[in-house]
Design a protein around this ligand. Structure first.
Ligand code: ATP
Ligand code: MG
Length: 444
């Protein structure tokens, strides 16, 4: 990818203030700078600071090699097999510090030498152009241009507090556009996960995916299954558990990504119009949970997404004569099995989805037997949250939910002052102590 002349925005012409940057990140940047290294804040945090959003994390890029970073910071651990980078461990956060890296072997780009390191540089693509390894050090420009989208390629330079734009990040921030750096076909082929990331940034930031990019994304959506199943699970969690699941769902559905990732779910949605509305409503309610300060757990989000189809199928089995819980278990097993090869849902998480769904029957049942024992079960909170979001969706079981809310309010309200303890236990304790002492003395 050819570098353009970078656009450098001096401090007085942009809005990023050092007060918005975490103390740890600021100290790290200064320490690198004082030791003669270039040090930039990079990636999503620069984008979010310019948009006046609170960044999720602060990433730092530098020309210091991993070994040099390790020597400068006592709290440093080097991690990563594909690309060696430094994690700085602070009490309240872990900062990622990476050495500037290039998208292709440096000698192919402009003949410069890579920064020497303890590991040999590697760059490898498969026959279809998917990047398997990109362990190659590079210049700051190369580091910016190997990033996924223009809005994610901005840098903040601690040396003079300027913002550096090596592509069209600032323009695209103004236009509110998600646009890959370079040819979308090449960039999505190199790493299909970028398609999911495009959807994430569009939904989380209210941006539009640039039209030619969107067309390419729709064309390439079936190739998402080439990404590693474990990585896909991580990216999908970020899609659905940060408060913008509803927007994500529509983009995944329209682009064909949903059909590629979860074919059975996609078929169910297209069976009948109201199935889509059920999911939209569930996800909207899930987003609401996030807005009121409860980030949904992975099992809860999976239940919100897959619960309606699993419950519908389990009911059909039950009406055919299979016992209710057995029908639900069988559906959960079949369903998780179907996309095991595409997305790795950890068995422990899949098991908890099953429990949340199975729990619903006990939560709906009136009158309740020993409700306090249900509250103590480990998945009670998620099961109740699922009930809450489905009550909103289906407009059913509202009474049951109100009952549980009232019960919990009673349960959690401060206990009345304790009655004086019954006499017998107190007396017994005293007696025992008196008896023990002489026994101990006689033993010495
Ligand atoms: P968030 O605020 O959600 O964390 P982010 O942009 O910081 O968003 P990260 O996943 O934390 O996203 O990644 C940090 C940066 O690394 C990105 O901004 C981008 O520059 C780069 N990056 C991440 N994933 C890719 C990828 N698949 N291809 C190219 N660059 C990537
Ligand atoms: Mg980030």
């Amino acid at each position: 990818m050819k570098a353009m002349q970078p656009r450098i925005i001096p401090r007085k012409e942009h809005s990023i203030s050092r007060k918005q940057i975490s103390r740890n990140a600021l100290r790290t940047l200064y320490r690198l700078h004082e030791n003669g290294f270039t040090a930039y804040l990079v990636g999503g945090c620069v984008r979010d600071l310019l948009l006046k959003r609170i960044p999720k994390d602060f990433d730092i890029a530098t020309d210091a090699a991993p070994g040099q970073i390790k020597r400068l910071f006592r709290n440093c651990r080097l991690v990563g097999r594909r690309f060696r980078l430094a994690h700085l461990h602070f009490q309240d956060e872990i900062l990622e510090v990476s050495t500037f890296r290039a998208a292709a072997p440096v000698e192919e780009e402009d003949g410069e030498e890579a920064i020497p390191n303890d590991r040999p540089p590697r760059h490898l693509k498969d026959a279809d152009g998917m990047v398997l390894r990109d362990n190659v050090f590079g210049t700051p420009e190369e580091d910016a241009l190997r990033r996924d989208f223009t809005i994610n390629a901005l840098a903040y330079n601690i040396a003079d507090f300027s913002v550096i734009d090596y592509s069209t990040g600032l323009i695209d921030l103004d236009l509110r556009l998600v646009r890959p750096i370079g040819d979308p076909f090449v960039r999505f082929t190199e790493d299909p996960v970028r398609m999911i990331r495009a959807v994430r940034f569009a939904a989380s930031h209210g941006f539009v995916i640039e039209p030619a990019t969107w067309e390419t994304l729709c064309e390439l959506s079936p190739t998402i299954t080439r990404a590693s199943p474990a990585r896909l699970y991580e990216e999908i969690l970020k899609l659905f558990t940060f408060g913008f699941a509803r927007g994500v769902f529509d983009l995944l559905d329209e682009s064909g990504l949903l059909a590629a990732l979860f074919p059975a779910l996609s078929r169910w949605i297209h069976e009948e119009g109201h199935h889509r509305s059920i999911l939209r409503s569930n996800l909207e309610n899930l987003d609401h949970l996030h807005q009121v300060g409860t980030a949904p757990s992975p099992p809860l989000f999976l239940a919100a997404l897959f619960g309606p189809v699993l419950e519908a199928r389990a009911l059909a089995r039950h009406l055919d004569g299979v016992p209710r819980q057995q029908a639900l278990d069988a559906e959960c097993t079949d369903f998780l099995e179907e996309f095991r090869k595409t997305v790795t849902i950890p068995a422990r998480v899949g098991g908890r989805v099953r429990i949340i769904l199975a729990f619903q029957h006990s939560l709906h049942r009136m009158p309740r037997r020993r409700p306090a024992s249900l509250v103590k079960r480990p998945d009670f909170a998620d099961a109740l949250a699922y009930l809450r979001l489905t009550v909103e969706t289906k407009k059913e079981n509202r009474k049951a939910l109100q009952w549980w809310d009232a019960f919990l309010a009673r349960d959690l309200s401060p206990a009345p002052p304790e009655a004086p303890p019954p006499e017998t236990p107190a007396k017994r304790r005293k007696k025992r102590r008196r008896r023990k002492r002489p026994a101990a003395k006689s033993a010495t």
